[in-house]
Write a protein that binds this ligand. Structure first.
Ligand SMILES: [Zn+2]
Length: 284
């Protein structure tokens, strides 16, 4: 499993969300559990030009220059410096996926609430849209699918699609339709996923947000059982795995008592580990 990871994408620990430092913990966890099956791939950071394809120029300059608040609500230089790397991971993974017709991983989060000229909800720049636009500009794709299975509505993605008048992106975001375990029960979630997957089939690239926060025990999610989440990943990989695809981590907020940060977010690591295990089982 190719993982587009550099240590520069890891930010400082934030009290509100583990997103910024989660990549390091996830990659360490995968190396421990899957060993040589995990292949770390380096990449170049996204350029300011690439970021301004999806965002207003003054907003990008302000965030990178620490005069405008990032998605965590602060102006921390250490956070700003990670941002070209989180989007860069996604862009590089997508380029690789398209050129080699493979399914690969970008261990990133914090994208889908970032709008055209606004950050929020732990998201600063929308790496999904930065990636879609970078590949479209490069002539590598005609249509892109964003299958967003984070618990929350990808409002930032919709905002950018509207602002730029884009008609070549299939955007499906489960957070728009599901907000409780009851709403996702009795096959409702599975029917939604099947329809969304069908609509992704006519695209040249799938960006799959394999969020951990839909889990039933997540304090900010709470819609899907462990079995439903496993089946979600299996269904996406089996039905769309013949297409170029990048999957990423998106949200996950369960915390338990523990000595280390890895121990404290073990429930989240366990969910991402299960997605990675399925990837290795299906794609090698
Ligand atoms: Zn979320």
């Amino acid at each position: 499993m190719k993982v587009f990871y550099r240590k520069e994408q890891v930010g400082p620990v934030q009290r509100s969300s583990p997103s910024a430092h989660k990549p390091r913990l996830v990659v360490e966890d995968w190396k421990k559990h899957f060993g040589a099956a995990i292949e770390i791939c380096s990449f170049e950071p996204a350029t300011e030009k690439q970021l301004t394809r999806a965002h207003q120029s003054d907003f990008v300059k302000g965030v990178l220059g620490c005069t405008v608040a990032n998605g965590f609500g602060n102006r921390d230089l250490a956070v700003a410096q990670t941002l070209p790397y989180t989007s860069g991971s996604m862009v590089a993974a997508a380029e690789y996926a398209v050129l080699h017709k493979e399914v690969v991983c970008s261990p990133t989060s914090g994208f889908h609430h970032a709008g055209f000229s606004s950050a929020g909800g732990y998201c600063t720049f929308n790496g999904l849209m930065v990636t879609a636009l970078a590949l479209k500009d490069a002539g590598l794709v005609n249509r892109v699918a964003i299958l967003d299975c984070d618990a929350h509505y990808g409002d930032g993605t919709d905002s950018i699609i509207r602002a730029l008048g884009i008609d070549w992106i299939e955007h499906h975001t489960q957070g728009h339709d599901f907000w409780s375990a009851a709403s996702a029960a009795s096959g409702a979630y599975e029917r939604w996923l099947t329809a969304a997957i069908f609509n992704c089939l006519n695209c040249d690239l799938v960006l799959y947000q394999a969020g951990a926060d839909p889990h039933i025990d997540d304090p900010l999610g709470g819609t899907l059982t462990t079995a439903q989440m496993r089946e979600r990943d299996r269904t996406v990989f089996q039905k769309l795995g013949h297409m170029p695809m990048v999957w990423n981590l998106a949200g996950g907020y369960q915390v338990v008592k523990g000595e280390s940060e890895a121990e404290r977010i073990e429930p989240v690591l366990a969910l991402h580990r299960e997605t990675a295990r399925l990837h290795c089982e299906i794609f090698g």
